[in-house]
Design a protein around this ligand. Sequence first.
Ligand code: UD1
Length: 444
Amino acid sequence: MDKMVIEGGFPLVGEVSISGSKNASLPIIVSSIMFDEFDCEIENVPDLEDIKTIKKLLISLGAVIKKSDAADKLVINTSGINNFDAPYDLVKTMRASVLVLGPLIAKYKRARVSLPGGCAIGARPIDFHLNALKQLGATVKVDHGYVEVFADKLKGAVINFPIPSVTGTENVIMAAVLAEGTTIIKNAAREPEIDDMIIALNNGGADIKRIEPSVISVRGVKKLSRLCHRVLPDRIEAGTFMVASAITKGDIVLKNLNVHHLKSVIDKLSEAGVKIIINSSNSIRVKGSKTIKSVDISTAPYPDFPTDMQAQIMSLMTLSGGLCVITENVFENRFMHVAELIRLGANIKVRNNFAIVKGVKKLSGAEVMATDLRASASLVLAGLASSDGLTTVSRIYHLDRGYERMEKKLTALGAIISRVKANDISPVTDEEPKFGDVVCSKTA
Ligand code: UD1
């Protein structure tokens, strides 16, 4: 298991290019199941562990991933799909594997998917997905830890989500695309990743409209034609690098992002005194200020402040000049990073679903453990700001699920950060060491 070793206290300066969105790539990749006539071409797909998992899942169903002419392009042929099971081994490593339910039931009228179970940030049931599929006419059985869904045909229905669910909305859209009649999804999630999937499906012959901000209509079509799409930029990766600039009092230009998708993050960082200069709709400059003002933050579905940025902004607030309250409204157990931030010197108290953060003068390096994807990012950020001693973040496989080459991007901005093998101080490099090379870590 790799660890990240960070020598913090240096401002990050330079330019960073934001990769394609993980959370948009996943549903778009699985939607290829419904396009079996031609090869599907998806560009700007980030090189992440979660993407490797979804590719493995598609291959296990019978799809073929072809060689492509670009590293960030996926070419998938789904004409050979002959298996409809998503096994426990894959679903347990990535809950978003449940996204195969929608396209499999739409195209093949059957799917069997391992129940994902709880995860580090909460129980995360899939009852909304299953209830909606039942309303579309599917039979749903849960047995031996698997959910089995089958139908003779699916018929449009009115689905009303109790609360907005991102993958729930995506699963229902995909299930309804080839159904008879029209499906209306009320209280649908509004995340841009859903709209990116809608664009991809509509370009391939679907008829999906967001008729109100939280209402989506899906008019069933007989068949889909061709999936050919470029994935939108990852707003959470962008937000994380914005905080990296703010927390290190740096000056970073972020390129290849969509500024419109980052409004809530931009607003909060500006309130905290961070200088944000919007160069264009896809480029932004973030300049950290000497002092960070404390600001209250409350997470909620898009367009409000994203739960996926809560841990990172908390790292920033640990160094603020006052006291703030960070309220987590989306997941019930998303404060696992707090205990680790306290190890770095932060002053945080958790009460139910809110954390009271009192700014401290400095953070100090320590050994910490990542518990989930965004928690790992918050620890790396805190490590970059720790002005004395090394920070070692273990279990960074969580980080690799959702950040493409993070330490390389940070190194290019001047960070002193290396990936090392556990129980070893040798850095992990892409190159084989040559005979005579002195193998040592920058941080050793
Ligand atoms: C997606 C994102 C994840 C993000 C989250 C919230 C992907 C692959 N993942 O996760 O990064 O943190 O949105 O923005 O896009 N709920 C139920 N029953 C259900 C479904 C959801 O009770 O059937 C609850 C959840 O427990 C949670 C809330 O609804 O409290 C919202 O979760 P949801 O939007 O579904 O999260 P995901 O789609 O799993």
